[in-house]
Design a protein around this ligand. Structure first.
Ligand code: ZN
Length: 202
């Protein structure tokens, strides 16, 4: 399986990092070794002093597809969760300044946290609230209506380039409020008030 991620998909987050609002989705990927599940602890890697959480809606692909039309994209998923796109911001800033790819900052082991998947059922995917609670305080609040590129548009876009396969995950971007994690932090992700992940930083 592969993990595809979209960067700068919420205007306020793009601005907080000093980036322009993109006119096309900004896509990067993570290998399957980036996955961290079942509320296992996240260990801050030795190569970074500034690892940031980025809380994101994650969509799981359930059918193979290529060049999917946006109006059919909803047929390719039925489960979602919240995840964390851990980012070594210091490493990323250095790579960005040199115009280099982001993998070392974004795709390292355990950098793709996923929570418990839940069926979408009748929930409108572009009308979902989510929060990240760090040590008991809400630090990120997102609403999927604020996505610059909607889930179905993202699927249509990425499937022009990459065949989507069952089990692939799409991280749909983070709202504003990203920040550093420290040893001992507890991160809880809630979608529409329901806790989907709860893990510790070590
Ligand atoms: Zn992200």
């Amino acid at each position: 399986m592969k993990i595809l991620c979209i960067g700068r998909n919420y205007g306020l987050h793009a601005k907080e990092l000093g980036n322009e609002i993109p006119d096309k989705p900004v896509i990067f990927s993570k290998p399957d070794t980036a996955l961290l599940r079942n509320n296992e602890a996240f260990y801050i890697p030795s190569f970074s002093n500034d690892v940031h959480y980025e809380t994101e809606l994650v969509v799981r692909i359930e059918k193979m597809g290529k060049s999917i039309e946006p109006q059919f994209a909803h047929k390719y998923y039925s489960h979602i969760t919240l995840g964390v796109d851990f980012t070594a911001r210091d490493v990323q800033n250095e790579l960005k300044s040199k115009g280099l790819p982001w993998e070392l900052a974004k795709a390292f082991d355990n950098s793709a946290v996923v929570g418990e998947f839940i069926p979408i059922e009748n929930r409108p995917i572009q009308d979902l609230h989510f929060t990240l609670v760090k040590n008991g305080q809400v630090v990120q609040t997102g609403h999927t209506s604020d996505m610059l590129f909607k889930v179905d548009e993202i699927i249509a876009f990425v499937s022009k380039y990459f065949t989507l396969k069952t089990g692939d995950l799409i991280f749909t971007g983070t709202p504003a409020g990203v920040g550093k994690v420290d040893i001992g932090d507890q991160l809880v992700g809630k979608l529409e008030g329901r806790e989907l992940f709860n893990f510790e930083i070590k």
